[in-house]
Design a protein around this ligand. Sequence first.
Ligand SMILES: NC(=O)c1ccc[n+]([C@@H]2O[C@H](COP(=O)([O-])OP(=O)(O)OC[C@H]3O[C@@H](n4cnc5c(N)ncnc54)[C@H](OP(=O)(O)O)[C@@H]3O)[C@@H](O)[C@H]2O)c1
Length: 260
Amino acid sequence: MIQYKISFAGAGKVAGALCLELHNKGHQVQQIVSTGEKHGRSLAEKFNAGWSNNLIFPDSTQIIIVAVPDHSLKEVLDGIKCSKRTIVAHTAGSFGLEVFPESLKNIGVFYPLLTFSKEIKTDFTGIPVFIESSDHDSESVLKSLAESMGCSVHFTDTEHRRLLHVAAVFVSNFTNYMFTAGKEVASKAGFSFEVLKPLILETVKKALELGPENSQTGPAVRYDLNTIEKHLDLLSFSPELKDVYGEITKAIIHYYKRLK
Ligand SMILES: NC(=O)c1ccc[n+]([C@@H]2O[C@H](COP(=O)([O-])OP(=O)(O)OC[C@H]3O[C@@H](n4cnc5c(N)ncnc54)[C@H](OP(=O)(O)O)[C@@H]3O)[C@@H](O)[C@H]2O)c1
């Protein structure tokens, strides 16, 4: 397996998870660039790498992974100074190659379709990584990088990756918001999030085994308007949760009506 010298712009959730995994797979983490010294230096120290707050990278860096907030991506890419041979790839689902400046020639997108948190160690085995690149050589380097972590590699253009990002928002961010809402409602009944965990696990298991569209239960799919009215009434303590309940209920009713 080829082992690369890799530097990062960003020292947050994605950079932290990738650094650890790439280091464990034998790649060399060379330099971390971040705005604040605290996160960048502490991440760099773990891998014996350098830290800097300017975007000048060593000529020996073969790949720069840019994992910064989307709103800073263009500014960070515009500021990068590196060797002409270095491949620069960002990790944003909603941006493509258009965000890179002309000065960077070997460019790509390296989008792992997962949710990352500093507190949880990521197992990259089987994680889909969506790659787009400016040229064949960059594409094969990014592919071999993903494969070295045991990821499944997919190639896609910006438009399709943006759609996948939307899909990710539905299955991860919205679902997580629903967990938060459920936790709040359970606490009104005097119970902790713990009591909901078996239900969450069973729901996910069934969605994966049967397909989500085949495993829906509850008052909306049964079109049980009586129970729905009672639930809306119980949610009077929170206009926001009442709205969400009403809108999602309408969406479920509409979805299953369409299938009839
Ligand atoms: N989080 C996910 O689950 C996930 C999944 C797939 C893709 N992505 C994408 O990955 C990218 C990074 O997301 P993230 O969640 O890792 O973000 P994050 O945790 O907020 O970390 C962003 C990092 O970028 C650094 N930074 C901010 N502005 C900078 C600048 N001008 N120059 C250099 N470094 C700068 C920050 O520095 P400080 O540490 O000093 O604040 C921080 O270390 C985003 O494009 C996101 O869409 C995220």
